[in-house]
Design a protein around this ligand. Structure first.
Ligand code: MN
Length: 367
């Protein structure tokens, strides 16, 4: 029987004028939108250019012409073709909201996105997990928006994977009330790679394409390192973190490295934690991956619970339309039980995001 497959990383494309049309006139100059300039797509507001993607000879790079990027009916067709039963979907334009410096404009655009997302997927909650975007320029706004979307039934919400300049870093106790509230509301914090970064283009010289995407692993490594070592996750044990599109096998390496120094440098270690860093990771951290088989081999360190497969539809680095063959090769040569396989392909994500697994997949439900 085909296992239940949940993609823990995919993207929707908001209408280009979503933010501009919905914001009050006073905040419109901050509205994020994309404009075509020559062979490039420029994401910007009136104040700054946020991201420039040169398409050159490949106008379909990044899946911008895929059936399902704008259109939900088309998306369901592509999911069928690719063998994906359910997804959590992240934004496109909304990935750049952390570039907005003005706290009111940031809050306004997060509200607009979250309302749009809620409406877009309503009626299809048997296939999609809704994920909000949270403002971070004012942590009171963060909590206000968390309460608002949790009341709508959201189980996931994004925080930046890199804290932008001027925002408390993830080892700062200023985050405690926010993390405590997430545990209370059952809202999983999603850290998608590249979010909060001033630029995802760190290098333009030889190797740049491989360097820039590989470097994005560091977003996840740094965020989890800061949250675990500072005691932020230890003090808020019900808070769950999902790191998306940073790969996954680094999590085992990070857990072992932090355990090592936690003991070896114990005279310098502040604060003391109630358990080892690797145990906090096992309890509270989940990671998504497309091709990273090493994370499956290292699962005794992180726990199988930490691993979620994802397609990253419709992006160029994603697995569409080859997800079935990618999944078929995922566990090849690895000693693993059938139960662990169904957990990695869908069960772990469904339980994390409190998504009801369809009854025709009893083997996934059972775990
Ligand atoms: Mn992605």
């Amino acid at each position: 029987m085909k296992p239940f497959v949940f993609s823990a990383d995919s993207h929707v494309r908001e209408p280009n004028s979503l933010f501009y049309d919905a914001l009050p006139a006073s905040l419109r100059p901050h509205a994020v939108r994309a404009v075509k300039e020559g062979d490039a797509i420029v994401t910007r507001n009136d104040h700054k250019v946020i991201f420039k993607l040169r398409l050159g000879a490949n106008p379909d790079f990044g899946g911008v012409t895929r059936l399902g990027i704008h259109d939900l009916a088309g998306r369901l067709i592509d999911m069928e073709k690719d063998g994906i039963d359910a997804e959590i979907a992240f934004p496109s334009l909304g990935l750049w909201l952390y570039a907005i410096d003005d706290p009111e404009a940031e809050l306004g655009q997060c509200e607009v996105y979250n309302n749009w997302n809620d409406q877009y997927f309503s009626g299809h909650l048997n296939r999609f997990v809704r994920c909000g975007v949270l403002p971070v320029r004012n942590l009171e706004h963060t909590q206000q928006e968390m309460r608002r979307i949790a009341a709508k039934g959201f189980t996931a919400a994004m925080l930046p994977s890199i804290t932008p300049a001027g925002i408390p870093k993830y080892n700062d106790p200023a985050w405690d009330p926010v993390f405590a509230l997430a545990g209370e509301l059952g809202l999983v914090f999603v850290l998608h790679t590249g979010t909060g970064a001033e630029t995802v283009i760190a290098e333009r010289g030889p190797g740049a394409a491989v360097i820039n995407y590989s470097l994005q692993m560091n977003d996840g490594i740094n965020a989890i390192m800061y949250m675990v070592s500072s005691g932020l996750l230890d003090r808020n044990p019900k808070t769950q973190i999902a790191v998306i599109e940073c790969g996954a096998s680094w999590l085992a390496a990070l857990a072992e490295r932090m355990d090592e120094v936690y003991v070896a440098h114990d005279i310098f270690v502040r604060p003391k934690l109630s358990m080892m860093p690797s145990e906090i990771i096992k309890r509270q951290v989940t990671v998504s991956f497309q091709h990273d088989r090493a994370c499956i081999m290292a699962r005794s360190v992180t726990g199988t619970r930490a691993l979620m497969w994802a397609s990253d539809y419709p992006h160029a680095e994603g697995t569409f339309p080859r997800s079935k063959s990618v999944i078929a090769g995922l566990f090849e040569g690895i000693d693993i039980t059938e139960q662990e396989k169904v957990d990695i392909l869908g069960g772990n994500a469904a339980r994390l995001f409190r998504f009801a697994i369809p009854v025709q997949h009893p083997e996934t439900v059972a775990a």
